[in-house]
Design a binder for this molecule. Structure first.
Ligand code: AMP
Ligand code: TRP
Length: 331
């Protein structure tokens, strides 16, 4: 059996861009029914920056509910909260002990964040990839779905695993990246040169999965396009229309060429009207399931099961690691 893991940070509003990533995981599960899926809410990663405790608690629960609402099969998924499996911290620390500072300082995401943060940054922002390596290596993972921003961290994970294995003996499986092209990057609706992001100060730039129907439709109607009036895919020349085509494609499952053909004689307004309908029809049922899940006790059952499953695997691994390194007492 192949095993796959992915972690997601509980960071508030879930945008259409985040939704495309979640949908991608759901699709992976449908295409690979015999894979063992581990999905965790990365709350320990979230606290690398300051958080409001009440909001963080809500965000953790909401994101877990959203994963189930988007169609993950809870019977085939072990969904858990990172901080409830303390072996993540334990292995994260071991990874820090075999990762020279220079390797962590070279991480692009760290360098970017370091220059953006004016008031100084926490130590954990530097050591974050060591924790991420621990997240993955605890579970003998075969595949990690990764977007561009996480490729480098996975490469580091592989290096750390190989280093540990050669220094202390075979302990970790080397995980492979799973790079998928479904759910291309969704761009901002009012500036298609920027990624759609919940941290954008202008709410017209994004759609939240939980927005009501009118807002969803209006956001699509108001999306920035161009004045050519012809629908085709060209990210350079027509970033707005290309973004809308990407959204249409990932939600409908149709490929871009099919959509372009369908709308070759249509106006932007007709195209946007259809897209608004498609996006709303997709999200409204998700919202309904999401609210039901949050109200029921299903979510706690799922999270308990996920935690117990993860702890069983992770305990064995961390004990093996300690043993190989000679810490603690001989067993
Ligand atoms: P963030 O919201 O930046 O914490 O990202 C959470 C997850 O959603 C990551 O896997 C991102 O790669 C993905 N994501 C965030 N924004 C977008 C976007 N505009 N298009 C596609 N994926 C996105
Ligand atoms: N760093 C990832 C992100 O910011 C989240 C993450 C943490 C993760 N640990 C992981 C993803 C392990 C995959 C595997 O999106």
């Amino acid at each position: 059996m192949k095993r796959l893991i992915t972690g997601v940070q509980p960071s508030g509003i879930i945008t259409l861009g985040n939704y495309s990533t979640i949908k991608n995981v759901v699709k992976l599960q449908k295409d690979n029914p015999d894979f063992d899926f581990l999905i965790f809410i990365a709350d320990l990663h979230a606290i690398t920056v300051n958080q409001d405790r009440t909001k963080l608690r809500q965000n953790i629960r909401n994101l877990a509910a959203m994963y189930i609402a988007c169609g993950l099969d809870p019977k085939k998924t072990h969904l858990f909260i990172q901080s409830e499996v303390p072996m993540h911290n334990q292995l994260g620390y071991v990874m820090e002990c075999i990762a020279p500072i220079g390797e962590l300082e070279r991480m692009t995401q760290y360098k970017d964040k370091k220059v953006k943060q004016v008031n100084g940054i926490n130590t954990s922002l530097l050591t974050y990839p060591a924790l991420m390596a621990g997240d993955i290596l605890l579970y003998d993972i075969d595949f990690v779905p990764v977007g561009d921003d996480q490729k480098q961290h996975l490469e580091l994970t592989r290096n750390l695993a190989e280093r540990f294995n050669s220094r202390f003996g075979e302990t970790f499986k080397i995980p492979e990246p799973l790079i998928s092209n479904v759910g291309a990057r969704i761009m901002s609706l009012n500036d298609p040169h920027k990624k759609m992001s919940k941290s954008d100060p202008n709410p017209k730039s994004y759609i939240s999965v939980l927005d009501d129907e009118n807002i969803i439709k209006n956001r699509i109607r108001q999306a920035v396009t161009d004045s050519e009036g012809v629908i085709y895919y060209d990210v350079e020349k027509k970033p707005g229309i290309s973004n809308l085509l990407n959204i249409y494609s990932f939600i409908s499952g149709d490929d871009i060429n099919t959509i372009v053909e369908k709308y070759q004689n249509a106006t932007y307004q007709q195209f946007k009207e259809d897209l608004a309908e498609i996006v709303a029809n997709e999200l409204i049922p998700v919202q309904k399931r999401y609210n039901e899940i949050l109200k029921s006790d299903i979510l706690d059952q799922i999270l308990d099961e996920g935690r117990d499953y993860a702890i069983k695997l992770a305990y064995k691994k961390i004990m093996k690691v300690y043993h190989k390194m000679g810490i603690g007492r001989k067993r």
